[in-house]
Design a protein around this ligand. Sequence first.
Ligand code: GLN
Length: 474
Amino acid sequence: MSALDSIAEAREFVSRFGPQALADEALARAAAVQPVLNALITTLPDDPVVLDAAGPIAGIPFVHKDLFCTQGARTTAGSAMLSGFVPPYDATVTARLRQAGARCIGKANMDEFAMGSSNENSAFGPVRNPWDLSRVPGGSSGGSAAAVAAGLVPFATGSDTGGSVRQPAAFCGITGFKPSYGRVSRHGMIAYASSLDQAGVLARSIEDCATVLSVLAGADPLDATSVDVPVDAYQAALGAGVVGMRIGVVGSMFGAGVRPEVAATVRSALAELERAGAILVDIDLATLAHAIPAYYVIAPAEASSNLSRYDGVRYGHRAGDVRDLKSLYRKSRSEGFGIEVKRRILGGTYVLSSGYYDAYYLRAQQVRRLIAEDFARAFAGVDVLAGPTTPDVAFRLGEKTEDPLAMYAADINTVAVNLAGLPAVSLPAGLVEGLPVGLQLIAPAFGESRLFAAGQALQQRTAFHQARAPEVQS
Ligand code: GLN
């Protein structure tokens, strides 16, 4: 056990030795594992903190996904395009963490502009999985997940557009919480696909996710898509238990392509919840089969629009040695963006172009509506839905890089949740061949409290979330 394993232990340490001593511990740990994991893009030895803050995360060090703007500290979104970008303002998420007294020790590595499922798309090199260094940590919040799993910090931020908090949490054996769309402000979070993007939290325990989310959640006048729904008392929700809770076990999430050992591991974690008093009900979500094509039309379409701002003129990488404005655009974007980002911009531009708009983009939006309706129907009969977060455990570096469609297909159980704007969590559920498996629970919009209750019930009865990554023991 280390003071950096949980917020409770970190607070205990801070109350005895002060916040600087704990930040020094975290920075030393980060320096020691950086050559092995490459989890950070930038280390922040002297990030400013509000010293007189009180409250649950005062003085607690954390790692911040490198797409949240940090005033005065480089924010790259994992891209060469922004390798020199120092924001003049804080994202709302950053500001709330600062006001609460949390201490950012570094900016986490990530897939470029959050596009990816393996962290191999970062302009700053891949991140390695602390459970097996030959494997990916998942993406796009791979640096955040690896940092928590390796014990650098008790929590990290992430963003989840199609699974980027839940999937790396599953691959790294930690808890990853994605709130409802609109629950946390997107102001100052570099955009990938604006109708899907949502900030989230990665920590070992669901309890620590609840603590951090209670700091982040709430409407923000700077983000018109943040929603003015009252924020539940998440810490109180942790104790609500699962007696009588109806859990819909989504058959299609255990379907073809899911490794049988992964399915069995997830089912046995669900059986544990049943022993705690939950009622398991079989459910089918027929539209799930269409989630990948719909997502991989809508997300690139929005990305192509969001990323048009990186033109080499206003900010971002500017190419030298150009003849005219057009070649400035072309050369700056050619040099600044990586291959996967270019693939998404091209695909997104194509599906939005006249003549193809109706056939692809409009059709994908119709499918999105059907998926949301399918979820709504399911929630008429159950409180939460459950399935494996991912079809398999972490794959090897390079295993899927030559085959983008195989990479996309592995997002099958996470993307539908974003299309419907729902909250979801990935909870450690055990190991298959020594590698972590995630149980995903999904709730209706703004039903975060149910996920905290169910997650806590599981983590009180089991120790899966306390398993340690073997490659980085201190
Ligand atoms: N893997 C998905 C994608 O590449 C999701 C990424 C995310 O949630 N940011 O788009």
